[in-house]
Design a protein around this ligand. Structure first.
Ligand SMILES: Cc1cc2nc3c(=O)[nH]c(=O)nc-3n(C[C@H](O)[C@H](O)[C@H](O)COP(=O)(O)OP(=O)(O)OC[C@H]3O[C@@H](n4cnc5c(N)ncnc54)[C@H](O)[C@@H]3O)c2cc1C
Length: 381
């Protein structure tokens, strides 16, 4: 029987394994490896942060994939041995015919002095739970939310989180005593989405009395201050940050990566330079055809890329020509609080520039976001 090995059981790995198993059934052994036993749905972290979700309600044991005859192995991946078509984990030697790398990004908080001492990482499940505890006893003062560096995944998510903080304190009745400051290295919010989106997000921040500092270079964090370049200091009582993103070391040592450590792939087929080895999701170095910047990294793209790779592997395994192509299209719904959300679509391979649409916050988009969360946590497990 042919074997497909999938490294990483986040959004990309879950979709690839499900789709491939569904098409191939008993004719393909599908194995997924992840160091974590549980999956936590990141799209609901903003709701977890303000207490509208419990940690359990947005988590699923990855062992459940075994019920679909997808083999899940919980272990640390140590080495990719392309010469011998096998991957080494701490406890296993795993041979493969097809390999899919879906290892995402890791957080390098230690590269920002003071981060580990004074900051909670708003992108880390365990820290989001702690933020929830802290904001419940935060009566007055300044909360500084910052993005450490570029690139970071899901460009709307930091703004979504700060809007949810605003909503939380308004509901609690102490927003007038809580100042919110957003600090970003971007020239404007979500710059790849173009000036209209940037202006629109700026207006939403201003309307909610959230201060915005752009083009910030973060040098470090002290107990009561975020230190930027040019001697700028942002004082605060609570610091929430997005730690620098970094690809897993096991990938950096492979020779598949660009100078920043992301895996180079064919943007349509997600093939790497090695036959039958694919990479999908946040770990890839897909660039916008026109701007040479990294294409935005988000779960919806990892999802679509996983589908393309799974279907093409199935074609090859069945002796057919692989015909599926990734198109760079996707959509996103961002919570804005007050039972509303904002829907946007993106086509980032579009010429002469990426094509983005952004709707006003609405109740229907909110209901769509909630329905999508339910679908994700039930359909794929
Ligand atoms: C707060 C927040 C909100 C978001 N909201 C959205 C949204 O609304 N819409 C959207 O599209 N995207 C959203 N995203 C982004 C989305 O979560 C990511 O882009 C997506 O998870 C990427 O999928 P992936 O499969 O590439 O990587 P991941 O889902 O990160 O999975 C990678 C997996 O690899 C494992 N791994 C890594 N190295 C090793 C190793 N050496 N050994 C074993 N296992 C390893 C990790 O444990 C991890 O489970 C959000 C992200 C955050 C943080």
């Amino acid at each position: 029987m042919q074997k497909t090995l999938i490294l990483g059981c986040g959004i990309g790995g879950i979709v690839t394994s499900n789709v491939l198993k569904k098409i191939m059934g008993q004719d393909m052994q599908v194995t997924v490896v992840d160091r974590k036993p549980d999956y936590h749905y990141p799209g609901a972290f903003p709701l977890l942060m303000i207490g509208q979700r419990s940690p359990e309600s947005i988590s699923r044991p990855l062992e459940r994939l075994n019920r679909k005859n997808i083999e899940f192995i919980c272990d640390e991946i140590m080495e990719l041995d392309f010469e011998n078509n096998r991957v080494l984990t701490t406890q296993h030697i795993l041979p493969y015919d097809y390999l899919v790398i879906a290892l995402g990004v890791e957080y390098r908080s230690e590269s920002v002095p003071g981060f580990n001492e004074y900051v909670l990482n708003a992108y880390e499940f365990e820290d989001v739970i702690k933020i929830n505890e802290r904001i419940h006893s935060f009566d007055s003062g300044r909360i500084v939310f910052f993005i450490s560096s570029l690139p970071f995944k899901c460009p709307p998510a930091p703004y979504e989180m700060v809007f949810m903080l605003d909503y939380f304190f308004r509901q609690r009745g102490n927003r007038s005593k809580v100042e919110l400051v957003m600090v970003t290295p971007e020239v404007s919010p979500e710059p790849l989405a173009g000036p209209k989106v940037g202006q629109s997000v700026r207006k939403m921040l201003a309307d909610r009395n959230i201060e915005l500092i752009t083009e910030a270079k973060i040098l470090g964090v002290e107990k009561d201050a975020l230190i930027l370049d040019h001697g700028m200091v942002v004082k605060g009582e609570m610091f929430l940050g997005i730690a620098p993103h970094w690809t897993p070391n096991v990938i950096r040592s492979t020779g598949l990566v660009d100078s920043n450590g992301f895996v180079e792939v064919n943007p349509s087929t997600l093939e790497t330079g090695i036959p039958n080895v694919y990479a999908i999701g946040d770990v890839t170095a897909i660039k916008l055809p026109v701007l040479e910047a990294y294409a935005p990294k988000a779960g919806i793209f990892a999802h679509y890329q996983g589908e393309v790779v799974a279907r093409n592997i199935a074609c090859i395994a069945q002796g057919l020509t692989p015909k599926y192509r990734y198109t760079g299209k996707g959509s996103c719904i961002m919570h804005t609080g007050f039972g509303r959300a904002r829907y946007s679509t993106v086509h980032y391979f579009a010429q002469p520039k990426p094509f983005i649409t952004l709707l006003r916050p609405s109740r229907i988009s909110y209901l769509g976001k909630i329905a999508f969360e339910k679908y994700w946590l039930n359909f794929w497990f």
